[in-house]
Write a protein that binds this ligand. Sequence first.
Ligand code: KE4
Length: 441
Amino acid sequence: MKPEKSKELSRAAYQRACRVIPGGVNSPARAFRAVSGEPIFVQRGQGAYIWDIDGNRYIDYVGSWGPLILGHGHPKVIAAIEEAARQGTSFGAPTERETELAELICRAVPGVEMVRLVNSGTEAAMSAIRLARGFTRRDKIIKFAGCYHGHVDSLLVQAGSSATTLGMPNSPGIPQGCTADTLCLHYNDVPALEEAFAHYGSTIAAVILEPVVGNMGVVLPTKEFLQAVRELTSRHGALLIYDEVMTGFRLGWSGAQEYLSKLGIQPKQGPDLIVLGKIIGGGLPVGAYGGRAEIMKHIAPDGPVFQAGTLSGNPIAVASGLATLTELEKYPPYDRLEKLTQRLAQGLAELCRAAGLACQVQHAASMWTLFFNEEPVSDYRTALRSDTKRFARFFWGMLERGIYLPCSQFEAAFVSVAHDEAMIEATLSAAREALEEIAKD
Ligand code: KE4
């Protein structure tokens, strides 16, 4: 049994933080509540490693929840940030770097002719929804349970009891009116989607989804589902929005459309709007939404749909994103990342089998989730049947052995360019011990 890692300084830091920050964190996902514990406080990161303030080193599979596909402190990203900072931090005026980043996104993402840069994935999703409603002059939006698009009022809804039950807010502070035009269906549920369109078709502004889900853990769409989503939105004049905040530049240079096309799942006609974030900022705050020029020209000041932001296109954040995407374009890591992730996924599945533990290891490119579940996870209903207590035991067993996983069963883990075969093998040997411990429970 490995000696307990010291967490004294993290514990003290957490108690201090809790006095002035709700839950001691600036985003609930970091609070370790889903694994019934207290968070570690991070001192620094380098490559695939992070160190906590007690000096413990971990192989990091969170990567800031997706942005750090190049790993922590990549020299080219740091140099770009330093150079930009020396020229000034923010001007509230256009800079050429923003155009460069927009041009790169238009080059990389199919169907994107124009882009607006904002400060977060939430802001990008919120703006894309407003644009879809402004462009179609319709109000209803369809989303799917288990897909997360940021803390947008109109999208924080519970799944309806039927395909035609309009959304109820799932958080206090959201007026009923904000969700009265939101339908929340189940992912991969074609009949429900057909029923919703049969009922509301001509009033639906858009359907928004994660084309590969990360926010209930990694869940892939079926070909029939994506086909139905594209066919029904086109037939009824609604827009299709791919939320690629997590999958953009993660699943491949051209994101989910490229990855799903290789699997034969992506319909020929792509989405009408794309939402981006995470990797396009390389660890600094950047979000974006984009699509065909005829739609994007409805955004102010070209068009009437208002959206604005003091720090949108911030020069330092854009420099970080540009350096990250330029590195990915020059040295595409995707085949190597997929191989490393496949090795990890297969190894974890074998270890679970050997330990007699029911699990599903689901992965897409360098995103992966180990579900403690008897059955494959295809939607939020099946995801919720996972054994979250067993996941928590696994999380802590791995943390004690120097492996930092997402602190929730319903999150994706990420492999970065900085991970190597030795780290994957070290992760598997830690998992062997952690799973054997669980099997003894
Ligand atoms: P942000 O506002 O957090 O930049 O992006 C929101 C968002 C939108 N769309 C998708 C598909 C996302 O995954 C996210 C944010 N993802 C979470 C992790 N599941 C961020 C972690 C957090 O909330 O702290």
